[in-house]
Design a protein around this ligand. Sequence first.
Ligand code: ADP
Length: 262
Amino acid sequence: LESRLRKSQRLETIGTLAGGIAHDFNNLLTPILGYAEMGIMNLSSEEPLHEYFNEIMMAAERARHLVSQILTFSKSQESTTAIVSVQAVIEEALKLLRPSIPVTIGIEQHIDTNCRNILADSSKLHQVIVNLCTNAFQAMEASGGVLTIELREIMLDNNTQRLFPKLDAKRCLQLTVSDTGTGMDEATMERIFEPFFTTKMVNKGTGLGLSVVHGIIKSFRGEIAVESHVGKGTSFKIYLPLVDEKSEKRQANSTHANGHGT
Ligand code: ADP
């Protein structure tokens, strides 16, 4: 338990540090992007300088994406909590990802449409799903495979409750993202939630995807578990506590009242 605590404190320190750097870095990117764009506009596309400015701009865009991942990870971004349909967010995320999925990869969805909604920030939940699916696709890039997304409502059993004592609702949504890709060994699994830990090549991975996922799930008071076997595949299970019905009704009533101008 102590080592877990130390680890989580260390992650928090790195997060604060990275968040501060990311914020300043973001400001530095503004003139780089701005002047590169100006250069591009003022040059004909035949001139070699046009291509150089284009390279600068693409690199700066990548940097901006990286910075936005770091800012989410370090919780410096504002969040807007609302009642969210996880099913709708899954569908939206898959729609976004679909064009870039290789034909050798199949997608299976097992969604229980009766699942209740949760209290969450939908754009953060979106990011969780996109990050997990992106990793899954990359793990199956070489040999193809199947991505499975599953959503169901569960009552926590004793084992899961013991494993995650902080989960303060007995009823949860369980979101599972599994792939039949490369899998990972124990040593890798130990470190996957650490910021900047990656086993991928420079252009493929930043090592921030899963630390962002971890931070977001924690902010939803949820939990995440991983199971993986080398050569077989990986499965991420996320537990999201359900909104209790009373507060859901209260929220619905107040929307209703507003709608009628009372
Ligand atoms: P990145 O994808 O940029 O490397 P992540 O934080 O998302 O950063 O992942 C960290 C590491 O965890 C990856 O480099 C990879 O080694 C491992 N990993 C994550 N998801 C999977 C997966 N679905 N299958 C195999 N390995 C994975």
